[in-house]
Design a protein around this ligand. Structure first.
Ligand code: DCP
Length: 197
């Protein structure tokens, strides 16, 4: 499941989990990103992205790969974001914003290619919960995650634009209008999963 920051992915995944359906649901390990051997890598990234973007995206790659090792083979796996999001959206943005060098981008992309050939990190289908950046920005301000205090609207608009460029041209994508109610979104997600399964 893909969406901008603060779009509400976690809430929808929690609703799906509570529905009792037999899915394996993988939410992002933000707690690990906030406490990696005592280091808040997410915070370091936002505080000083030029120095810490490579470290943070490497950690994201590691956690996605480790998570994929636990994916079951006998039921649908619904994952909050994917390894590919990091490559196509966050690393690309880090590069465009000059947080990482071209060589560092190539390094992370090469790791992605190697890991992709060995582990189940490629989604079969993407569900894109499309919520306007302006709405996400309001929600982000309201939820007050400490690390994201300094994130500006323009950053979310760039994420939206990169995500649109990446996902809207793919064939294996279902786009959901994120302005709908949570229950409506959940029902649509269930129906998409049922069609695929
Ligand atoms: N992040 C990042 N690079 C990635 C993945 C995530 O910089 N490859 C950052 C963006 C956010 C934080 O990590 O600051 C959490 O990301 P999400 O947008 O995935 O999670 P949210 O909790 O914001 O999602 P939602 O509110 O939709 O549940």
């Amino acid at each position: 499941m893909e969406a901008n920051i603060s779009a509400g992915k976690t809430t929808i995944l929690e609703l799906l989990a509570a529905s009792g359906a037999d899915y394996f649901i993988e939410t992002e390990p933000i707690d690990v990103w906030q406490n990696f051997y005592g280091f808040n890598v997410l915070k370091s990234f936002y505080e000083n992205p030029e120095s810490n973007a490579l470290m943070f995206q490497s950690l994201v790659e590691l956690t996605f790969t480790k998570a994929s090792l636990k994916f079951p083979q006998d039921k649908p796996v619904i994952s909050e974001r994917s390894f590919e999001t990091s490559v196509k959206v966050f690393m690309e943005l880090a590069y465009q914003n000059r947080y990482i060098k071209c060589s560092e981008k190539f390094l992370l992309e090469e790791w992605y290619e190697v890991l992709k050939s060995k582990f189940h990190i490629e989604p079969t289908h993407f569900i894109y919960l499309r919520v306007p950046a302006e709405v996400c920005f309001q929600r982000m301000k309201k939820r007050e995650r400490e690390e994201e205090n300094e994130v500006v609207l323009e950053y979310l608009q760039k994420i939206e634009s990169l995500t649109d460029d990446w996902l809207l041209r793919k064939k294996n994508v279902s786009v959901i209008d994120g302005n709908r109610t949570q229950e409506e979104i959940k029902s649509e997600v269930v129906s998409i999963i049922n069609q695929i399964v």
